[in-house]
Design a protein around this ligand. Structure first.
Ligand SMILES: [Zn+2]
Ligand SMILES: [Zn+2]
Length: 126
């Protein structure tokens, strides 16, 4: 499997027993299914283990649009993340694959953690 952004090889990276993603050996971009991304959102430290690429490279690659899906070669669509609209994800309309540039998963997870903290503080304030 080739990375759609920099054409390096993508390797399989497992997290725990039921999460498996493809990570680009060149730019650190991540590819997985939409449902896997939902699982990853709830996994403590998943971003630290999986999202090891350079966020600076990822930010540059985020400008590359209309990439072919690494899974099925359909053209992927750029979609704003439902929770954090500053994060632009590449989503495949055909197979539900998601491509995340390096740093994007960390971004998703960090604000999610902040949201948890905020919710906790609200509860304590009552
Ligand atoms: Zn790449
Ligand atoms: Zn696809």
């Amino acid at each position: 499997m080739d990375c759609p952004k920099c054409h390096s090889d993508m390797e399989t990276v497992d997290f725990g027993t039921d999460i498996s993603v493809k990570r680009c050996t060149g730019c650190g971009g991540l590819y997985c299914k939409g449902e896997t991304l939902h699982q990853i959102r709830d996994e403590w430290l998943a971003d630290t283990v999986l999202d090891t690429g350079s966020a600076a490279v990822g930010a540059k690659h985020n400008e590359i649009r209309d990439i072919p899906c690494p899974g099925c070669a359909s053209t992927m669509e750029t979609v704003e993340d439902e929770d954090q609209t500053h994060i632009i994800l590449d989503i495949c309309p055909a197979c539900d694959g998601v491509f995340l540039d390096a740093g994007e998963l960390t971004d998703i997870k960090n604000v999610t953690l902040m949201d948890h903290v905020r919710r906790l503080l609200t509860m304590l304030g009552r």
